[in-house]
Every structure is written in structure tokens, then in C-alpha cells.
Design a binder for this molecule. Structure first.
Ligand code: ZN
Length: 143
């Protein structure tokens, strides 16, 4: 009869995130079947540790987003004109949009509207239809 202790450590982002240990008690009289049980236990503990580590990683990502430290491009949408992903889009119609509402970034909006919210004499086909803001936007550190 012997006892062996298994330690499982998964590494995630440089540090050990989860340690699983299991005591395996094997009876010498049933060495054959004990070996089978051992590998089963190891696989089981590994699966559990992996699941736990994955869950922890998901949580960390969500927390980072909440605290404004997440992926700065999370939740962004592309401009219909230049294709750049931004946190703020202007919904508008303009010459060339053929009566359809488009979402454009601030820079492109200057070109479609002349830089005036309600448009100017040079942009008679321009119509303003609201703003879209990225609610998941990574917050800038307030000074
Ligand atoms: Zn644009």
C-alpha cells in the first residue's frame, strides 16, 4: 500500500493560477486496476484545473473591461466611409449616400457635413440623424 500525491499546476500569463492536488491510495494487491484508476484521476483533475483556469481568465478579461483596462478596441464599430473602428460614429445622410443612413467617424463627418451639425449651404443633401457611442469604451485615466 502506498500513497502518492499529485500536484497539477497550470500556468497562465506568467504565474501559476491553479494548483490541484490529489492523494492516490493504491493497494499493491490490485496494482493493475490501481494504475487505471490513477490515470483516470489525473485526467479528471487536469480537466477540472483547466476549466477553472479558463473561467478565471474570462473573469479577469471582464474585470479589465469594466475597469477600463481592457482591449481599447472592444465594442468599436467601423466607419462606413473609411472603415476605421472608432468609439463614436455620426448617423447621417449625405451626397453619395443615396438617401441611406450611414455611420461615419468624426473625420469623415467633417467632409460630409462641412463640420456643422445641421449641415451648411455647401452640403444640401446632408442630414444629421444622431450619434452612436461605444458603451464599452476603455476609459481614459482621469487626471
Ligand atoms: Zn471615417
Amino acid at each position: 500500500m502506498y500513497v502518492s500525491r499529485l500536484h497539477l499546476v497550470l500556468y497562465c500569463g506568467g504565474g501559476p493560477v491553479y494548483v490541484a492536488s490529489a492523494s492516490l491510495v493504491s493497494d499493491d494487491n490490485h496494482a493493475g486496476s490501481a494504475d487505471g484508476d490513477t490515470s483516470h484521476l489525473v485526467a479528471d483533475a487536469l480537466r477540472k484545473a483547466e476549466r477553472k483556469a479558463a473561467k478565471k481568465a474570462r473573469k479577469a478579461t471582464r474585470r479589465a473591461e469594466r475597469e477600463g483596462r481592457g482591449d481599447p478596441t472592444a465594442g468599436q464599430k467601423p466607419c462606413d466611409l473609411c472603415g476605421k473602428s472608432v468609439d463614436l460614429l455620426v448617423r447621417c445622410q449625405y451626397r453619395g449616400s443615396r438617401g441611406e443612413w450611414r455611420m461615419v467617424c468624426g473625420r469623415c463627418w467633417n467632409g460630409t457635413s462641412g463640420g456643422v451639425v445641421d449641415g451648411d449651404a455647401d452640403h444640401p443633401e446632408y442630414r444629421y440623424g444622431g450619434l452612436w457611442k461605444n458603451r464599452r469604451r476603455a476609459q481614459k485615466q482621469a487626471c
